[in-house]
Every structure is written in structure tokens, then in C-alpha cells.
Ligand binder design. Structure first.
Ligand code: WTA
Length: 658
């Protein structure tokens, strides 16, 4: 719970008026929805599912909890997600509306209408079918941010093939692990990815992953030509996206699937073991993607929505691929990084594209505060941001000072700042202010969304009073929740519905506290060994295993250290098989280990600090004393009792970071 001190609500917050005429208009409207859900949870969700989705075959059953916690929603209903995100917009008169304004790393802008996006998706869907990809086959997508990336996801949805998007920053080894676990039959990738003026050879990484063994089921690799860079080619298996598309008709009958049909599997880090494949449904997931676009973001026909996430993460799934298209919105999709060609990129893009709803990560805001302070030319006040009406953040706690800067400097004190709390597993927003209703308090994600029965309990599952910290749980199932862990239902059951809490509460994995007066929630940080680095989830065990696999390393322990900009920094404590290195040698080995982690997992997992010692501080029973390591990582004077530590002398060796 290292983030708690970053997250104290502040008394000097700017007063931001709520928006008028929002989808949920005022606290009374919010309370009415909460009451409706409390009265009849199933009827509430059934009403929303009928109003917000187009069903091929209407459902008659709402919730099936016979096999809890493997809940099923709308199970006898049939629909298709791509139909709801594309065809439905054409039928509703939005064929010529811009679906996506794409801005490339180098600033080149392209626009695509709903009609054109529909045809692209249909062509690719046909091409996948022509290559033998069928309903239920899994397709891995390893793509840069692009229209093509979103089209690839929707094409898979169209033919009922669950996709598994792997973030372009993951290494060949991580990609391989995911391809094997999900049992992919095809991969959609690009020749290269462009980011911040640099390129990354995605196709080469796919080839490397495919030679690692175990992914022989992959018979097709589709390649989007992004940069035109040279790539290796395997005849028969590899195919250019543009050539495949040209050969196909531009309409495609959707595969109508049951509401519980897996729409995708997205891997995320847990506290133990390998990354887990979070499986989401079609009906329940898409429902919440659409509803939260309306409730949280108050999306209106003239809005220009911009979520800066990557499609490799859940935020990019829900608030780039599925949510905006399900409600027929115009959205900006951005390929690059916030600091290229300079740190004014976000503000410049908001100005040029007249973005009205902007959704980003606290890390990005914190790093842009620093650059704006140093250089007026990239300060938001140097841009016309008057198009903005709603701001949001996601992925990690936002500290009140960053919140206030965002509200005042970016939002001009006019725009509600929505601190949205949710997770890969929850599919969409869980606890968040509503722009037309909720009085805002910086440092708090405020109140649960209507229909979401969030609560705070102690370790035995008993309610704790407001003002007292505990663990965040959700009492009732909700439609967009995780269905299972791909291939590992027992891990799902034990991990999310633990017996210690009585087996009936969804355990989010975060600590939380409610304000005694307002009942507002503040998230205090993970209660497990998951770190949040720049808004990305990283398991300490994963990084430890990667380090331990290096031939130089005898033992490795990884902890997080609170960091002003990136939230948490990765700190690795290392014992080498040889002597403890010092000076230039320590630096050389540390760099080698960082590069190793980059290869094993991906650059995002590289430890910021590496510290060497002769032995790991352990208890007499041989357990690494992580609590102590966390204090050492923070640079705290070690005042704690070290009498339980077998070898306290080594602690001081770890004081210096390399
Ligand atoms: C953290 C991202 C505080 C939390 C959508 C959660 C947050 C994990 C917030 C999920 C927030 C996300 N305030 N913490 N507004 N949003 N988190 O799966 O620890 O990548 O459990 O989903 O991020 O990360 P994930």
C-alpha cells in the first residue's frame, strides 16, 4: 500500500461545477439509478442490455449464477460485437461520420468514416475466414496504434474468433508465452512500429517468438505495412494485409454468437505465476463499454473523444476499440508518445482536433507538468484548449497536486476531472465521478457506478466502517466482469473469490478507504505483489523469475518504490553467483541485467534501481524480508526491528542503487 501517502484528498481543491444536461443529470438521477439496481439487480441490467445493444436474438435469461463464481449474463441472447460497433452506426445514419481521426507518430493525419471502417473490417474478416480462421479460433494481435489495429480486433469479433492483443512493447519471449497459452492459430502484426521517431521491428519479433516452439498452430501471419522497412518473409505463412484485403468482398456476414462467447482474452500480471489470460464475454462486456461511454464520458454526437491508451491494454480495448464505436463516436487515435516531437504534443493535438473528452494516465500528466514548468512553449496555456469539456484519468491513483494542475491548466477550471477506478478484470469503470452529478474531490474516485455494488471489508470479509481502510470487493456480479482465466478456472476462483472472504465477494486486489462524511472511495494501492509502473501492471514475481533465469544471478527480489512521476519504480535486489560487484563492474552487470529483463519481458519491466549484496536478507526460516527491502528501496533509515533477520549485516550493502 505504498501509494497511500500520495493520495490524501486536499482541502484547497478547485471547485469545478458539474456539467448541465449530462446523461446522468444531477445526484438525484444518480441515486435513482443506484436505487433501481438495488431494487432489482437483474431487471436493471436487463433494461440496459435491451436499450444499449442490438441483439440478433433477444435474451430471456438475465443472470445465471448456478455455477458461481462463473456467472453467465444474457446467456441465451445472440449478437455480434462488430455489428454493434459498425453496422448499427450505418443503419442509424452515421455512415459518413468520422469514426477515427488517426494521427501518426510523424504527425500525418488520416480520417476514416464508419462506412469505410466497416468495409475494411469486412474485408479483413473475409480474409481471415479464407485463411481458415473459424469461430472460436484465437488470433493474436501484435500491432502498433493504428486504424488497422482496431480493424483487426473488430474483424476477429466479426467472425467470432477471440482476439488476444499483446502490447507492442512486450518481448518475443512474452509474446511467445501468450501465443502458446491462448493457442493462437493466426497472428496479425505490422512490419514495424514507429514511436517517438524510432522504429521497433514487430514482424521480426513475431518470427522470433514463432521459432521458440509450441506455437505450431499458427498458420497465418498477416502483416500491416506501416513503415515499409525490410522484414523476413516465410512464404505460405506470411501475407500482406493490403493484398489480403484487396482480394476480398467488402461486406461480410457476421458470426452471431451467444452473449457468453469469449470476445477476447487479455493477459495481465498477477502476484504469482505467469501472466493470466483474462477472458471477457461478448454481451456483458460490450454492454458496459457502451453504457460507460454515455454515463461516465457523457458522449454526445458532436464530441471528439480521445483516449491515449494503447490497444495492448484493457483501456485501449474498452475505450478505443469497443466503447467509442459502440456509441458511434468520433475518436482520435494516436500512434506516438506524449513527448515527441516535444512535450506539447497532447495539447497541440487537442487544439488541432478540437478534442472535447480527453482520457489519459496520471503518469503522463505528472511528466508533462515537469516539462511545462521548464518550458512555456509546451505549457497547456500556450494552446487553445477551449474545445475540452471532460477530462479523465485511469490506471493508478492521481495525487491531488497533479489532479489540480490537470483541472486548472488543462481543463481551465471548467472541466470535471474523472478519476476512474477499474481493472482489466472489470471490463469497464467501477468507481468514478459522473460529470453531471458528482461533486469532485481530488484524490478520490468518489462513488461506484450505478449497478456496481462495491464495498470495503476486512480480511475475513466483514464490512468495515467508513473511515477505516480495508480491501475493496464487489458483492454482486456485474455483466462486464471477467469470466475466467483462460485455461485455468481454479486460478480464477481462488484468486478472485477467495474462501477467506467467504467465496462470494469479488476481490479486486486493491486496498481502499471511504470518507466518513461523503462515503467517497479512495484507492490506497495494491494489496498483493503487483506493482503499478506508469499505470502498467507488473508482477514482482514475474520480474524476479526473469532475473533469476540469468546465469549470473543466484537470487533476486523485486519490490516497488514510490516514484513521483511513474507511480512506482521497480527496484531489484540481486545476489550474484560470483562476488558482489562494485564500481564500474556493478554498473556493467546492472546494465546487462536490465537488457536481459527487456528481452525476457519487455522494456517496461526493466528495473530502475539494481542493488547488489552478498546475500538476501532473510528470516531464520529462510523467507526474504520484503518489508525490509521496501524500506531499503525507499532509502528509509532502517529503524525497524531487524532481530528476526538472520543476516542483518547485508542490509547496508543494498543501500546504494546502481
Ligand atoms: C490500479 C487499468 C487508483 C489499481 C484500467 C487496479 C487505479 C489496477 C485506478 C488495474 C484509479 C486503476 N485509482 N488505482 N483510478 N485505476 N488503478 O488491470 O491498482 O491495468 O487494480 O486496469 O490499476 O490495472 P489494469
Amino acid at each position: 500500500m505504498s501509494t497511500i501517502e500520495l493520495n490524501q484528498p486536499s482541502a484547497t481543491a478547485p471547485q469545478i461545477p458539474v456539467l448541465k444536461h449530462a446523461a446522468i443529470d444531477g445526484m438525484e438521477a444518480y441515486r435513482a439509478l443506484v436505487a433501481e439496481a438495488e431494487r432489482d439487480h437483474e431487471a436493471f441490467w436487463a433494461r440496459l442490455a435491451r436499450e444499449h445493444l442490438d441483439w440478433r436474438r433477444p435474451f430471456t435469461k438475465v443472470l445465471n449464477d448456478a455455477n458461481a463464481p462463473f456467472y453467465q449474463w444474457f446467456e441465451d441472447g445472440e449478437l455480434n460485437a462488430s455489428y454493434n460497433c459498425l453496422d448499427r452506426n450505418l443503419i442509424n445514419g452515421h455512415a459518413d461520420k468520422t469514426a477515427i481521426v488517426f494521427e501518426a507518430d510523424d504527425g500525418k493525419v488520416t480520417r476514416i468514416t464508419y462506412q469505410a471502417l466497416y468495409h475494411r473490417v469486412c474485408r479483413l474478416a473475409n480474409a481471415l475466414r479464407a485463411r481458415g480462421v473459424k469461430k472460436d479460433d484465437r488470433v493474436v494481435i501484435y500491432m502498433p496504434m493504428s486504424v488497422e489495429g482496431v480493424a483487426a480486433m473488430l474483424a476477429c469479433a466479426r467472425i467470432g474468433a477471440p482476439h488476444s492483443v499483446v502490447f507492442g512493447g512486450f518481448s518475443a519471449k512474452s509474446l511467445h508465452e501468450r501465443m502458446v497459452d491462448v493457442g493462437a492459430v493466426a497472428v496479425i502484426t505490422a512490419d514495424e512500429q514507429a514511436r517517438g521517431g524510432k522504429t521497433l521491428p514487430l514482424k521480426t519479433i513475431v518470427d522470433e517468438a514463432l521459432t521458440m516452439g509450441g506455437a505450431e498452430a499458427v498458420k497465418t501471419v498477416v502483416i500491416y505495412r506501416r513503415t515499409g522497412g525490410r522484414i523476413p518473409w516465410i512464404a505460405g505463412r506470411d501475407a500482406w494485409l493490403h493484398e489480403l484485403e484487396q482480394a476480398q468482398p467488402d461486406t461480410c456476414e457476421p458470426e452471431w454468437v451467444g452473449a457468453e462467447h469469449p470476445l477476447f482474452v487479455l493477459y495481465t500480471s498477477g502476484s504469482t505465476g505467469a501472466p493470466k489470460g483474462v477472458q471477457h464475454s461478448t454481451g456483458g462486456y460490450l454492454l458496459w463499454a457502451a453504457v460507460t461511454m454515455k454515463w461516465t464520458f457523457d458522449i454526445k454526437p458532436a464530441d471528439v473523444f480521445w483516449c491515449t491508451a494503447d490497444i495492448g491494454w484493457i483501456t485501449g480495448h474498452t475505450y478505443i476499440c469497443y466503447g467509442p464505436t459502440a456509441v458511434g463516436a468520433t475518436q482520435v487515435i494516436f500512434e506516438g508518445v506524449p513527448t515527441y516531437p516535444n512535450a506539447g504534443r497532447f495539447w497541440d493535438m487537442i487544439q488541432r482536433h478540437k478534442v472535447s473528452i480527453f482520457y489519459t494516465a496520471p503518469t503522463a500528466i505528472r511528466s508533462l507538468i515537469k516539462t511545462a514548468d521548464a518550458n512555456a512553449a509546451v505549457h497547456p496555456r500556450s494552446f487553445d484548449l477551449s474545445s475540452l469539456r471532460i477530462l479523465g484519468t485511469v490506471g493508478e491513483p492521481i495525487n491531488p497536486s497533479a489532479w489540480t494542475w490537470y483541472a486548472e491548466q488543462v481543463g481551465g477550471g471548467r472541466c470535471p476531472v474523472l478519476d476512474t477506478f477499474w481493472q482489466t478484470e472489470t471490463g469497464g469503470h467501477m468507481i468514478s465521478p459522473l460529470p453531471g452529478a458528482t461533486p469532485l474531490v481530488p484524490g478520490s474516485c468518489t462513488l461506484p457506478m450505478p449497478g456496481i455494488d462495491a464495498a470495503i471489508v476486512d480480511e475475513t470479509g466483514r464490512d468495515v466502517p467508513n473511515g477505516q481502510g480495508g480491501v475493496l470487493v464487489v458483492r454482486k456480479p456485474w455483466p462486464s466482469m471477467i469470466r475466467t482465466i483462460w485455461g485455468n478456472p481454479e486460478r480464477f476462483r481462488h484468486g478472485y473469490y477467495p474462501e477467506e472472504l467467504g467465496g462470494k465477494l469479488y476481490l479486486a486486489g486493491d486496498g481502499a478507504i471511504r470518507d466518513p462524511d461523503t462515503g467517497y472511495f479512495t484507492i490506497t494501492g495494491r494489496i498483493d505483489d503487483v506493482l503499478n509502473v506508469s499505470g502498467h501492471r507488473m508482477g514482482t514475481m514475474e520480474i524476479e523469475s526473469a532475473l533469476a533465469a540469468n546465469p549470473l544471478v543466484a537470487e533476486a527480489a523485486v519490490v516497488g518504490r514510490p516514484d513521483e512521476t511513474i507511480g512506482e519504480a521497480i527496484v531489484a535486489f540481486i545476489v550474484l553467483k560470483t562476488e558482489r560487484p562494485t564500481g564500474a563492474e556493478a554498473k556493467r552487470v546492472a546494465d546487462e541485467l536490465r537488457a536481459w529483463v527487456g528481452k525476457e519481458i519487455g522494456p517496461i519491466a526493466k528495473p530502475k534501481d539494481i542493488r547488489f549484496g552478498d546475500a538476501m536478507p532473510k528470516t531464520r526460516s529462510g523467507k526474504v524480508v520484503r518489508r525490509l527491502l521496501r524500506s531499503v528501496a525507499k532509502g528509509d533509515a532502517i529503524s525497524q526491528d531487524t532481530s528476526t533477520v538472520e543476516n542483518p549485516a547485508v542490509i547496508s550493502q543494498f543501500a546504494d542503487a546502481v
